[in-house]
Structures are given as structure tokens and as C-alpha cells.
Design a protein around this ligand. Structure first.
Ligand code: SF4
Length: 292
């Protein structure tokens, strides 16, 4: 198997999958807070992919789930993705479902028929680092798309029969912007049908552009408890059926549950955090983090 993309990243819910390297790096690689991928984006050789699929089929023929690695595998040319999905179908008796990371701009570059073709061939869902519905935060962090883009492209995914999950990055707007970010993101995500909303909290690491922004005063991070309050406000206002997946290691209060059914439980846990957690202790804890 070929695995040479540095640290391996996957969504938290993709715990029971077999990774298949179809690309390395992220084709965007500009988000100011991100230090996930060190090398330029590169598509894997199709021969290497075919060889890896043969190995998976030999050792785990009944695998139920394959995750296509790389920062945004959906940006690969359609022929690469079709080749990979067809090889998986032909080689694996279990006909595994497939997932990958995607950027909003990757969806925009695919036609409706291309998206539908990928869904028909077994691409079940994509995980998208949409991060926020608050445009000033998306612009400041150089995400390369706006809230309107997120809405349009997610609705296209729904039309094509491709499920998706979205990230929500707490603190992305900086100090004092938690409430507006929660409102804008809840309003946007309420128009959509994400399977999961994955909650992460902005953490600046040395070497990122965001780290420099903080040193220069261009960006002022939100307080820890403001981030918790941002999530509380988001959960309270979110009006769609989804699963809040918030047990990431970088979240001060880790909550998981369905909305709307478990909304009150989530709010109670967040209220407990707001009442009992200490801002200074949380800052010290985050400053000691070396990686997410
Ligand atoms: S956050 Fe995602 S899209 Fe942005 S640079 Fe990192 S991997 Fe690429």
C-alpha cells in the first residue's frame, strides 16, 4: 500500500474505514489556520491505486468502507475518480461505500452529471471544510469561497444524490464575533441537510499564517468561553435534522448528539461548561496543544 502523505487525516466519523491514497496534499493549501499538509497537491498514479485496491481486496475483501485520502480528493479529474470507484466495485465483493474530503470549489468544478456519476459508482458522501456561514471569517482565513457558494454547492450535492458532512470551526471570526458567526452559520446550515456537523475549535499553531496574524495583531483570537458560547448559540438556533459531532480533542466542551432530538441535552452540557470552566485554565490547556 502507498502511504506517504505525512500525517493521515480523516473525519472523526470515519473510524471504521480503510484508507486508499488517491492524492497527496491539498490543492488549496492556503487557509491561514491550516498546517495539515506540507507538500504540494499530487494525484496518485492510477497503477498505484489499482495495485493498492488489489491488496485491499486480497486482505480485506469484505471491507465495508473506503476513505480516499488527500486534503480534497474530489478535486481529482473525473477519470481518476471513476477509475478508482470502478476498480473498487470490480475488485471487492463487498462493494464498499466510499468517502473523501472535498472543497466547495471542487464541487463547483464538477457538472451535475459528473456528481451523479460518482454517486452511482459508490461515492456515498464527502466531508467538506466549509467552516462557517460568516463571510468576513471565510474571507479573512482565505477559505476561497463564501456562504452563498456553500449553500449553492451543497444543494447541488443533494440533487446529485451525494450525502455530505460539514465542519463548523468555532472562533474563526476572532474575538467578539462568536455570536454573529453562530447566527450566520446556523442560518446557512439550517437550509442544508448535512449528515454530520463536525465541530472544531480554532487553534493557532506556530508556522501557520494565522500564528503570524496573531503576533502582528491582525487577528485576535476569541476567548475560550466565547467559543463555547458560540457553539451553544449555534446548537440553539440550528433548524435541520443532523448529528452534531463535537467530541474533537480541541473542543473545550465535547458534545455529541442529534438535533433536534437531543438539543436540550447538548445545551445543558454546554451551559455546564459555561458555568464551571475557567478561562485561564482553558487558555493554558490550548497553549500546550501541539497538534489537532
Ligand atoms: S483547511 Fe482544508 S482546504 Fe484549507 S488548506 Fe487545510 S486542508 Fe486545504
Amino acid at each position: 500500500m502507498h502511504y506517504d502523505d505525512g500525517a493521515f487525516w480523516r473525519p472523526l466519523f470515519e473510524g471504521d474505514m480503510i484508507p486508499l491514497q488517491v492524492a497527496k496534499g491539498c490543492s488549496h493549501n492556503r487557509c491561514r489556520f491550516c498546517d495539515m499538509y506540507k507538500q504540494p497537491f499530487e494525484a496518485s498514479d492510477l497503477e498505484d491505486i489499482a495495485g493498492d485496491i488489489k491488496e485491499i481486496a486480497a486482505y480485506v475483501p469484505m471491507a465495508q468502507r473506503i476513505f480516499l485520502t488527500g486534503g480534497n480528493a474530489l478535486c481529482l479529474p473525473q477519470e481518476n475518480l471513476v477509475f478508482t470507484l470502478e476498480q473498487l466495485r470490480e475488485s471487492m465483493p463487498s462493494k464498499p461505500s466510499v468517502g473523501c474530503f472535498a472543497r466547495i470549489t471542487d464541487v463547483a468544478r464538477k457538472s451535475d452529471s459528473q456528481l451523479a456519476q460518482l454517486a452511482e459508482l459508490g461515492l456515498e458522501n464527502v466531508s467538506i471544510g466549509s467552516e462557517s456561514g460568516y463571510d468576513p471569517a471565510l474571507v479573512m482565513q482565505d477559505k476561497g469561497f463564501t456562504a452563498a457558494d456553500i449553500e449553492r454547492e451543497c444543494l447541488r450535492l443533494e440533487k446529485a444524490g451525494l450525502a455530505y458532512s460539514l465542519f463548523f470551526l468555532l472562533g474563526m471570526g476572532g474575538k467578539g464575533k462568536g455570536a454573529v458567526s453562530a447566527d450566520k452559520t446556523a442560518a446557512l446550515y439550517s437550509k442544508l441537510r448535512p449528515e454530520y456537523i463536525m465541530i472544531h475549535t480554532m487553534t493557532a499553531f506556530p508556522g501557520t499564517k494565522l500564528w503570524g496574524d496573531i503576533q502582528s495583531g491582525r487577528f485576535q483570537p476569541a476567548d475560550e468561553l466565547e467559543n463555547v458560547a458560540e457553539l451553544r448559540r449555534f446548537v440553539e438556533k440550528l433548524d435541520t435534522e443532523t448529528f452534531i459531532l463535537g467530541n474533537h480533542i480541541g473542543n473545550a466542551v465535547r458534545v455529541n448528539g442529534y438535533v433536534p432530538d437531543q438539543r436540550e441535552d447538548l445545551l445543558a452540557a454546554l451551559d455546564w461548561g459555561l458555568e464551571h470552566l475557567d478561562e485561564e485554565q482553558l487558555r493554558t490547556w490550548r497553549a500546550g496543544m501541539r497538534s489537532i
